[in-house]
Design a protein around this ligand. Structure first.
Ligand SMILES: Nc1nc(=O)c2c([nH]1)NC[C@@H]1CN(c3ccc(C(=O)N[C@@H](CCC(=O)O)C(=O)O)cc3)C=[N+]21
Length: 281
């Protein structure tokens, strides 16, 4: 039997359409919601992501202000820009595209963003609010994964969820969100013993390690839900996930593809966070 393939692209479209409607109704009263996007340097992948974010903004009715700064921009200059954007009443969300060039301290830049404008949900205030269950901005990829499962009628309560990867942007926050959904959560990483056996216990397996096609059917329990957060290039330069899709689609109950799985949801949730920042003001 072959798995249900979860259409992240379609679900992301649905969300963007809902947001577009919402924005149309809000705008007359409050002026246009605005996202400032800051990109430093020449990273090609980052440029593609930033372009996609701007297109999504346009679609939803969010104004985007774009700051594309040269590689040689100093940390002080980036911090000064963030301060300026924090102060501006007509800017509701601030996104500083990561990774930043090596001479700039990512953490310092993130901590400088006003938490009320931190639509990435990376500021320690928002991370803290997530972990104690208070309202705040949740980082977009983990939020997108939860939304993807809810809209696919995947039950999370009481399920055994195994996460591969413990990063601050995916592994840790998705663990918190899955706990909030009442799953039993195991976070695994490079030092985990018998990884494939641990993963095989999962009803829901979430993979975010950044290694192309690392997860094969030996990791997957019959009927499990497999969520692939990876974005890699395979030996032919084709986009692929951390999961060997062809292999796992045979055993999984449901699986996300790459592309058109989690990636588009990340952008949809960014739009959702922007609208939330705007509504709160
Ligand atoms: N401050 C910050 N916030 C981020 O949210 C952030 C970031 N930095 N740095 C890089 C990562 C990566 N990321 C993606 C967003 C959309 C797709 C996406 O839409 N992917 C499409 C394919 C796109 C393609 O063709 O390359 C898909 O999976 O179908 C992927 C990856 C956001 N990130």
């Amino acid at each position: 039997m072959s798995a249900e393939i979860i259409n992240g692209k379609q679900i992301a479209e649905d969300i963007k359409n809902e947001l577009k409607d919402k924005v149309e109704h809000l705008v007359s009263a409050k002026g246009q919601p605005t996202l400032a996007v800051v990109l430093v340097g020449e990273d090609q992948a980052s440029k593609v992501y930033v372009r996609n974010k701007k297109l999504a903004c346009e679609y939803v009715g969010i104004r985007s202000l774009s700051y594309e700064l040269p590689e040689a921009t100093t940390q002080e200059e980036v911090l000064a820009l963030v301060h300026e954007l924090n102060e501006r009443d007509d800017v509701h969300g601030i996104l500083v595209q990561l990774p930043l060039p090596a001479h700039i301290d990512d953490d310092l830049v993130i901590m400088t963003i006003d938490p009320r404008k931190d639509v990435d949900g990376f500021h320690p205030i928002n991370v803290g609010n997530l972990s104690i269950g208070h309202d705040g901005f949740v980082s977009c990829t983990p939020a997108g994964i939860i939304e993807l499962m809810k809209r696919s009628q995947i039950e999370m309560s009481g399920k055994n969820c195994v996460i591969i990867g413990r990063s601050n942007i995916v592994g840790k926050p998705i663990a918190m969100l899955m706990l909030r959904e009442h799953a039993t959560v195991t976070v695994t990483h490079s030092r985990t013993k018998n990884l494939s056996q641990v993963c095989k216990q999962a009803d829901i397996l979430i993979v975010a390690i950044g290694r192309a096609k690392f997860v094969t059917k030996e990791f997957v329990k019959e009927g499990a839900v497999v969520i692939d957060v990876g974005i890699n290039r395979d030996e032919n330069g084709k986009l692929c996930g951390d999961v060997d899709f062809e292999d796992c689609v045979e055993v999984a109950g449901a699986i996300t593809p790459v592309p058109k799985g989690v990636g588009p949801m990340t952008i949809a949730m960014l739009m959702s966070n922007c609208v939330k920042a705007y509504e709160k003001k």
